[in-house]
Design a protein around this ligand. Structure first.
Ligand code: URA
Length: 245
C-alpha cells in the first residue's frame, strides 16, 4: 500500500495533511525519510510518524446516531448517505450494517468488517434489535400479546415473536399517541412500522436503541458518531459467535 494511504487509513490526517507531513520529513520507512507519498510500504515495513510506529488498522468500527432525513446506503449519486457524515479520512470499503429508513433515527453500526456484518445480518442469527417508537393510536397489552405470539403482519410476513413494552399514552392534537419499546429479532423491510400498522397504529417516530449487546451512546446527538470501544466490539463479536481480538 502507498505510504500516504497507509497513514490516512491509520486516521493520522487527510491526504493533503499527510503529504505535508511527508514533505516535512516526519515520516520514515525502516529508518529512512519517506520523500514520495506514493512510496510502497512493504508487508512488515516499519513506518513511523515523528518516530512513533504507525499502526495499520485492517478493520474499523463506528457507532452512529443516524439522523432522520439521511439514507442508509454506501453511495448514492444524488444525495448524501450516512457514510458522508464520517469526516475522518474515509476508507472506501465502509458500509452500514443493516438499514434504517430515511426517517428513522438511532443506532447504526458502520464498518469495513464484512464477516462481522454478515454474521450480524444472517437470517438465522436473530440478533435482538430494540426500538423506541411513538405511535398514533392506542396500543394496548392485547397488542403486546399479539406481538409476543408472532404477529401476522400481512400475506407476506408473519413476524417472529417480539416483545412490546408500553411506556405511556398521551393526547396530542386530540389524538392518542402511544410511546413504546419493541424488540424484534429479524429485520424485514419496514418491519416495525408494518407491525404497528397491522394493529391499527401509525409510527410517527422511530429510533433504534440497540442491536445485540451494542447500545446507542446517549451522548451522541443525531448525526454524531464515534469509534466503538474495545469492550463494545468484543461484545458484538462474541455475541455473533466470533473470537474477540
Ligand atoms: N423497522 C422499520 O419499520 N423501519 C426501520 O427503519 C427499522 C425497523
Amino acid at each position: 500500500m502507498r505510504a500516504d494511504k497507509y497513514l490516512a487509513q491509520a486516521g493520522l490526517g487527510t491526504r493533503s495533511e499527510i503529504k505535508k507531513m511527508i514533505r516535512a520529513g516526519r515520516v520514515t520507512l525502516d529508518g529512512a525519510a519517506v520523500r514520495d507519498p506514493g512510496l510502497r510500504v512493504p508487508e512488515g515495513g516499519d513506518l513511523r510518524l515523528d518516530g512513533n510506529p504507525v499502526a495499520y488498522e485492517a478493520f474499523v468500527y463506528y457507532m452512529m446516531n443516524k439522523p432522520a432525513g439521511i439514507i442508509t446506503a454506501t453511495r448514492d449519486g444524488r444525495e448524501p448517505t450516512v457514510l458522508d457524515l464520517i469526516e475522518e479520512p474515509r476508507r472506501k470499503d465502509l458500509f452500514p450494517v443493516g438499514r434504517l429508513d430515511r426517517d428513522t433515527e438511532g443506532l447504526l453500526l458502520i464498518t469495513n468488517d464484512g464477516a462481522l456484518g454478515h454474521r450480524l445480518l444472517a437470517p438465522g442469527r436473530h440478533v435482538d434489535k430494540v426500538y423506541y417508537a411513538r405511535v398514533r393510536g392506542e396500543i394496548t397489552q392485547e397488542h403486546a400479546r399479539l406481538f409476543a405470539g408472532g404477529l401476522k403482519v400481512d400475506e407476506t410476513l408473519t413476524a417472529m415473536p417480539a416483545e412490546l413494552k408500553i411506556l405511556g399514552l398521551s393526547r396530542e392534537n386530540g389524538e392518542t399517541v402511544t410511546e413504546a419499546e419493541v424488540t424484534i429479532r429479524e429485520g424485514k423491510f419496514h418491519q416495525v412500522k408494518r407491525m404497528f400498522a397491522a394493529v391499527g397504529g401509525e409510527v410517527l417516530y422511530l429510533k433504534r436503541l440497540s442491536m445485540g449487546s451494542l447500545r446507542l451512546d446517549p451522548s451522541l446527538l443525531p448525526g454524531e458518531w464515534r469509534r466503538l470501544t474495545q469492550e463494545e466490539l468484543d461484545g458484538i463479536i462474541m455475541g455473533t459467535g466470533g473470537q474477540p481480538s
